[in-house]
Design a protein around this ligand. Structure first.
Ligand code: SIN
Ligand code: FE2
Length: 218
């Protein structure tokens, strides 16, 4: 499968000033690779359908829908809160395996020795968004968080280690890869909005984000 952009072994890709530990690889997956990954995701979604997570305590539904791939999946609901578990909250079945292209991306972009354990699949309808948050439900913060975007472009917001730190925003387009590593591993981040009509990959529009994470310490 063709993967465009830099070869593995190159340095960390584009690192904007002040974004220490932020790795951006625009166009990491070319059009053919994006379409092939989408096909693999469609099969996985048949086994592990999208569900609507809810906020701890309040039970307020997220605007994104989710599922997971790999040995562990991230879930959230009113009574159990944010957590990782080995099974789908609605079907009770194990999550489907992660496609090879994702394992390869983890190695090439994250460069972490141990494999990822969870791939969170977020599906954004055109009006969905994600509030500013940190990814901190993992035991291992030494491992980066690696993400791939498919479909419509997102306006992604990245801040610092405190919620009140200044933030900046940039676009993540279909095929783009990003890693939050080192000093950016625990940076606050979110998705302000999706820019409808910016990609033809998903026939009905919207965006898929795949977030790869190591959960346990190797
Ligand atoms: C997330 O932080 O879980 C998702 C980020 C994104 O959709 O790009
Ligand atoms: Fe996140």
């Amino acid at each position: 499968m063709a993967i465009s952009g830099r070869k593995s072994g190159d340095d960390a890709g584009v690192s904007p000033p002040g974004g220490s530990g932020l790795v951006l690889r625009p166009g990491y997956l070319d059009g053919v690779a994006q379409a092939a990954l989408l096909e693999e995701l469609r099969a996985a979604l048949g086994e592990a359908p999208l569900f609507t997570p809810t906020m701890p305590r309040t039970g307020k539904p997220f605007s994104v829908r989710m599922t997971n791939l790999g040995p562990l999946g991230w879930v959230s609901d009113r009574d159990g809160g944010y957590r990782y578990q080995a099974t789908h909250p609605e079907t009770g079945r194990p999550w489907p395996a992660m496609p090879d292209v994702l394992l390869r991306a983890w190695g090439e972009i994250g460069g972490y020795g141990a494999p990822p354990e969870a791939c969170l699949v977020n599906w954004y309808a055109p009006a969905a968004r994600m509030g500013l948050h940190q990814d901190r439900d993992e035991q291992d913060f030494d491992a980066p968080v690696v993400s791939l975007s498919l479909g419509d472009t997102a306006l992604f917001r990245l801040g610092g280690l405190k919620r009140s730190d200044p933030t900046r925003s940039f676009r993540l387009a279909s095929g783009d890869a990003m890693a939050l590593a080192q000093e950016s591993r625990l940076a606050f981040h979110g998705v302000d909005r999706i820019l409808p009509g910016t990609s033809a990959l998903l026939a009905k529009g919207g965006r898929i984000n795949l977030t790869l994470r190591r959960v346990t310490r190797p």
